[in-house]
Write a protein that binds this ligand. Structure first.
Ligand code: ADP
Ligand code: MG
Length: 257
């Protein structure tokens, strides 16, 4: 039975890849996880521990080798087939996620052209409203990707991801290539969306930094398994796995506590 506040639930999922010379490797190994409505759930883990594989499966973009993932009680893969996919993903490299030769307006408006019956005027109004939601102005709609900073471009990607009115935003190291200001801009936008639109956030990072202060839960992924999953306020005291303790000891955020 699904808990009434559980939005997304992974039950004993694994993902195997064939790897030259090594046979099969498990990128994700018998992992269970629940994402709750309205929360920001953060997952931290070193490079290669299976974060992106896990996120792709949770978004329904990749099928687990075994186990199942339910979104609101139905197989998550069905979301991909919906016109209005309630799970949207924001990637690390925003430059790859946009068309460099198209303006911000064209980049944001592309799903509107493809998935709605809006005419040009309606699309223009909608893209102007969306770009304001992410803290940019209507004048920015005429600019090309190269004219934006990394943080601004990441916010353009968020504006576009809002078109299907998502209930869950998955961010895969989305701020790891940004400077501190860019990171703050993006996190401010995401957490405003969480407050105002009740969007849940699943955020993956490779290192504990000050952004974790905004998380409601913190999970640690190590070698394809969840080794810790605690409410944020209990993490410092209760995290028990040796890798979690190492993360805490090497983090500026927790060492100041
Ligand atoms: P992370 O995002 O934490 O860096 P990944 O999920 O990208 O980790 O990768 C986890 C492991 O799975 C790595 O060992 C990686 O080499 C392997 N892997 C990921 N995707 C593939 C793939 N498509 N084919 C083969 N191996 C893969
Ligand atoms: Mg990754």
């Amino acid at each position: 039975m699904i808990h009434k506040h559980t939005m997304l639930e992974a039950d004993m999922i694994s993902r195997r890849y064939r790897c030259a010379g090594k046979g099969q490797v498990y990128a994700v190994n018998n992992l269970s996880l629940k994402i709750h409505t309205g929360e920001c759930h953060g997952i931290v883990g070193e490079s290669g521990c299976g974060k992106s594989t896990l996120m792709r499966m949770l978004a329904g973009m990749e099928t687990p080798s075994s186990g199942q993932i339910l979104y609101k009680g139905e197989p998550v893969a069905l979301q991909m087939k919906r016109k209005r996919n309630e799970i949207q993903m924001i990637f690390q490299n925003s430059m790859n996620a946009v068309n460099q030769y198209a303006t911000a307006e064209e980049n944001i408006g592309e799903p509107l052209r493809n998935f709605t019956h809006m005419n040009k005027v309606e699309r223009r109004q909608q893209t102007a409203a969306l770009i304001k939601q992410v803290g940019l102005s209507a004048a920015d709609l005429l600019k090309y990707p190269a004219q934006f900073s990394g943080g601004q471009l990441q916010r353009i990607c968020i504006a576009r991801a809002l078109i299907p009115r998502p209930k869950l935003l998955i961010t895969d190291e989305s701020t790891s290539m940004l400077d501190k200001d860019g990171e703050d801009e993006v996190l401010d936008v995401l957490h405003r969306l969480k407050r105002e639109r009740k969007v849940s956030i699943l955020s993956v990072v490779h290192d504990i930094d000050f952004s974790v202060a905004r998380w409601d839960r913190i999970a640690v992924l190590f070698g394809g398994r969840i080794v810790e999953d605690l409410p944020f306020g209990r993490f410092l005291e209760e995290a028990a796995h040796p890798y979690s303790r190492r993360l805490i000891e090497s983090s500026l955020f927790f060492s100041e506590k």
